[in-house]
Design a protein around this ligand. Structure first.
Ligand SMILES: C[S@@+](CC[C@H](N)C(=O)[O-])C[C@H]1O[C@@H](n2cnc3c(N)ncnc32)[C@H](O)[C@@H]1O
Length: 207
């Protein structure tokens, strides 16, 4: 218990002194995660010519906020999360589990007849504390996003997915290479060094 308290205190200390936490507050973003998307989006021009974007694991909503601020008013952004979020103007939000078929059906209905231009996923599984279990859960989410991209992303479309080091990492990168012409692994500067998260940037879906 004492160890847990120490960890919580250290997290709070780091959080209040974090540059990106201050920026997010100043710029009205719901979380510092907005800057991870910004850094990756700017480096890889992910918002070029996009009309429909799916934001998986969108709560509390800073990635969607970023998209809605950066793109034209005609953009269609569909967000999915297990958790409820404060409504965001122009975000079509679906609350539920992306791994659940009924939620996937709702998402497909919302997409409509045109395919998606960009899929972004910041989904992270609830951690059990058992490393192998958590790695397998994380990998499963990434595999489902690849599956979704294979079916609903337009040829030439892009995908940005949070992925954790270790476990099935190399296997997932190889899988991405079978679907996309260009695959790059990037940890944005705003992602904490202490976090095992990194991002897989998949560009130009093969037809
Ligand atoms: C790091 S947060 C995302 C932060 C978000 N990108 C933002 O900028 O506000 C990860 C989110 O993934 C969601 N998540 C995890 N597994 C999910 C699943 N199976 N289906 C839907 N959402 C999921 C969690 O509920 C959590 O809100």
């Amino acid at each position: 218990m004492q160890k847990k308290n120490k960890v919580v205190k250290a997290w709070i200390k780091r959080h209040v002194s974090d540059h990106y936490v201050h920026m997010a507050k100043k710029e009205g973003y719901r979380s510092r995660a907005a800057y991870k998307l910004e850094q990756l989006e700017v480096e890889f021009s992910l918002l070029h010519n996009v009309a429909t974007i799916v934001d998986l694991g969108c709560a509390p909503g800073s990635w969607s906020q970023y998209l809605l601020r950066k793109c034209s008013k005609d953009i269609k952004v569909i967000g999915v999360d297990l958790l409820p979020i404060e409504p965001l103007h122009n975000l079509h939000f679906i609350q539920g589990d992306f791994t659940d078929n009924a939620i996937l059906e709702q998402l497909i209905t919302s997409i409509g007849s045109k395919k998606v231009d960009l899929i972004i996923s910041d989904m992270a599984p609830n951690l059990s504390g058992v490393k192998t279990v958590d790695q397998a859960r994380g990998a499963y989410l990434v595999e489902l996003v690849f599956d979704f991209a294979s079916n609903y992303l337009k040829p030439g479309g892009n995908c940005l997915i949070k992925i954790f080091q270790g476990g099935e990492f190399e296997q997932l990168v190889s899988q991405a290479r079978t679907i996309f012409a260009q695959v790059v692994i990037r940890k944005p500067e705003s992602s904490r060094n202490s976090s095992a998260e990194t991002y897989i940037v998949c560009r130009n879906k093969k037809s």
